[in-house]
Design a protein around this ligand. Structure first.
Ligand code: MG
Length: 337
């Protein structure tokens, strides 16, 4: 099999601001794995939070030679070979994992959800993300999110109350909030969350810095809504430490290294009675579709990365009123525009 990669830039509809910072573009890498007449597509959406960028992805992918592998079916062997080339680099590894899965589906002529025995009717509704912004832009974003029944609101800044009050002027939809490690003490997080609970917030994501597991354990006894780990969990190896502390985890293909790892995390998390959210970075339909195909297995979806961009390079993935519609075409079921 032959691997090619192409760097490209996704443009955001609005500047995207979270507690850590703001941006207008996302630099990703498209991967194509060719096997005979079939091409599998994959995508890396690297995050500086996890030590990656477009350059590091291209560098890692430049070291991957798949010529020794005749077809994509021996995934454990191929992905183990890729994994030991260098530690980390999870988004680059995810791009390869996604492209191989796409190729397998195309060779077997079935969509990926069918390969895993999943029911496409059981896809969750995805939330639509409202980044940190001025009241005027927030109002515009709420209009854009009209068809989505659940909103995910970025918080973790001094203006949290103003943001939520603005949203509540226009909608009474259920809200999920994500502080992205922005509240720096457990007491501040407690006060913020108790106030948010009265505003119809149904869960809170990453209220404290990733390493503050003790703070989360304390917070767990002082608030009522579920606490979901995001920055506190990257791969399967991080999971045991979170048991009995967090109520759930946000799995992202770009943090864990792809679909194969995500499936292992889902089953391990279920054994620990954790709730599961499937999240994303700013990604095109390539990586979003890969996550969508396993979404019948999770409780919450936050798969809106492709909805926040203006130059989507692929087509084939749909949602209706926020509910993810899985493609029936083989593999990921998406095509270049
Ligand atoms: Mg998050």
């Amino acid at each position: 099999m032959k691997l090619r990669c192409k760097p490209y830039t996704l443009n955001l509809r609005h500047p995207f601001t979270i507690a850590r910072g703001s941006r207008t573009q996302q630099a990703n890498v498209l991967v194509e794995i060719e096997d005979g007449s079939d091409i599998g597509y994959g995508e890396a959406a690297p995050s500086g939070r996890y030590g990656e960028d477009q350059e590091s992805v291209l560098k890692f992918l430049g070291r991957v030679d798949l010529v020794a592998f005749k077809d994509p079916f021996q995934l454990e062997d191929i992905l183990s070979f890729v994994d030991v080339l260098a530690p980390g680099n999870e988004s680059a590894k995810a791009a390869i994992d996604i492209a191989l899965h796409d190729l397998i589906g195309k060779k077997l002529k079935i969509p990926l959800w069918k390969l895993w025995g999943l029911n496409p009717d059981k896809t969750p509704v995805t939330s639509f993300t409202i980044g940190i912004d001025t009241p005027e832009i927030i109002e515009e974003k709420i209009r854009e999110a009209q068809e989505f029944p659940v909103l995910k609101v970025k918080v973790g800044v001094p203006e949290d109350e103003e943001i939520i009050r603005t949203i509540r002027k226009f909608t009474d939809k259920p809200l999920r909030v994500d502080a992205n490690e922005g509240w720096k003490s457990k007491e501040l997080a407690r006060d913020k969350i108790l106030w948010l609970e009265n505003q119809g917030v149904e869960l809170v994501e990453q209220p404290l810095p990733a390493q503050d597991i003790e703070g989360i354990a304390w917070l767990r006894n002082h608030i009522h809504v579920p606490i979901i780990a995001d920055e506190s969990i990257r791969t399967l190896h991080d999971l045991p430490e979170l048991r009995g502390v967090y109520d759930g985890i946000n799995i992202k293909l770009m943090k864990c290294g792809g679909v194969r790892q995500a499936l292992k995390m889902i089953h391990a998390a279920r054994a620990m009675s954790l709730k599961i959210m499937l999240g994303c970075m700013i990604e095109s339909s390539v990586a979003i579709a890969a996550a969508a195909h396993i979404s019948p297995l999770v409780d919450y979806a936050d798969l809106d990365g492709n909805l926040l961009i203006t130059n989507e390079p692929f087509t084939g993935l749909k949602q209706t009123s926020g509910k993810i519609i899985l493609p029936t075409e083989p593999g990921l079921g998406i095509k270049p525009c």
